[in-house]
Design a protein around this ligand. Structure first.
Ligand code: BDR
Ligand code: CA
Length: 310
């Protein structure tokens, strides 16, 4: 059992990532879910996380985190995720009550108290993770890996920058410079897992309420990606993180240096990935470059089939 904290901003693909982690196919021990300002404000993201936990009957702490990035003001993405941050499916108001305290302290305390190392799985801006590392640097020793969604060799929020990194590039820099093993799922790989109509049709054949929820998420997300980017479906970016933790073999990586651009104007928030090793800088990131799509989707359907409840 691998101990994980899911740090997220649900978010359609964040919700899918939580579902993967919580499934019977998963060997992950979810110590808690922490939320951060990202797709929408942290309050809405927290409500969405609580709703997903209710749906899954997932009894883990859900802890609200940072209201805004380290340096800049927040930027949100309702044009991708809708006003609620998880538009499309309608879930009841949360019954589950959010855990008291702040996500940053929860991360610090949980990592410190854990007998075994903890893996952090951020799928939103990296504000909470950076703040935890700044507030209590000693937690580094008990963090096994940071498996994050963010970055890429191209952008989706600006031509150079991916949303999660752009929103809090200073936080991303803290994480990439931390010395903790970082595994990065950027757009290069997440754009290889697009939930197109074929995927949606296959999910629609699965008869349980979690699969129905995922189908509705994918329909909404796909429409937004079509309107916004002209894609034929939504890339389920964040799902790559938990899928990797369940079955790492399906992904290909390049170990290299990734530097976060925090000063440039046109390139602010860019992850400068030294794919050809031109700089000689120290390797600090395992950067995902490919995925076996057939294996990914087969595992995805399997995961959804493992849920019960109509
Ligand atoms: C990332 O941004 C968010 O909109 C998604 O949830 C994902 O984490 C993709 O750029
Ligand atoms: Ca996200």
């Amino acid at each position: 059992m691998r101990n994980v904290i899911l740090d997220c901003d649900p978010g359609h693909d964040d919700a899918v990532s939580i579902i993967i982690a919580a499934s019977k196919q998963s060997s992950l021990n979810i110590l808690g879910i922490t939320t951060v300002a990202g797709n929408v404000d942290v309050g809405k993201n927290t409500v969405n996380a609580l709703k997903v936990c209710d749906l899954l009957k997932l009894d883990v702490p859900v802890v609200k985190g940072a209201e805004r990035p380290l340096v800049k003001e927040s930027e949100i993405a309702p044009e991708i995720h809708g006003e609620s941050g998880m538009d499309g499916p309608v879930l009841p108001d949360p019954v589950k009550v959010r855990h008291e305290g702040h996500a940053v302290d929860f991360i610090i305390d949980t990592v410190k108290q854990s007998d075994e190392k903890v893996t952090l799985v951020p799928t939103g801006p990296l504000t909470n993770i950076a703040l935890a590392l700044i507030k209590e640097p000693s937690i580094k020793d008990n963090i096994e890996e940071i498996v994050l969604m963010g970055g890429g060799t191209f952008g989706n929020w600006t031509p150079a920058a991916e949303f999660n990194i752009y929103v809090d590039a200073e936080a991303a820099e803290v994480v990439c410079k931390s010395g903790i093993p970082v595994t990065m799922f950027g757009l290069d790989v997440t754009h290889q897992v697009i939930a197109d109509q074929k995927v949606i049709d296959r999910v629609a054949q699965i008869d349980n309420k979690t699969a129905v929820f995922v189908k509705e998420l994918l329909i909404f997300f796909g429409k937004m990606y079509e309107n916004h980017f002209g894609f034929n479906g939504g890339p389920i970016h964040d799902a790559c993180t938990t899928m990797y933790l369940i079955n790492p073999e399906m992904f290909d990586f390049k170990e290299t240096n990734v530097t976060i651009e925090t000063k440039g104007e046109a390139a602010y928030g860019m992850t400068v990935v030294d794919l050809l090793r031109t700089t000689g800088k120290k390797k600090n990131v395992k950067f995902a470059v490919g995925v076996n799509q057939e294996t990914f989707w087969e595992q995805f359907y399997h995961i959804l089939e493992s849920f019960s409840g109509k």
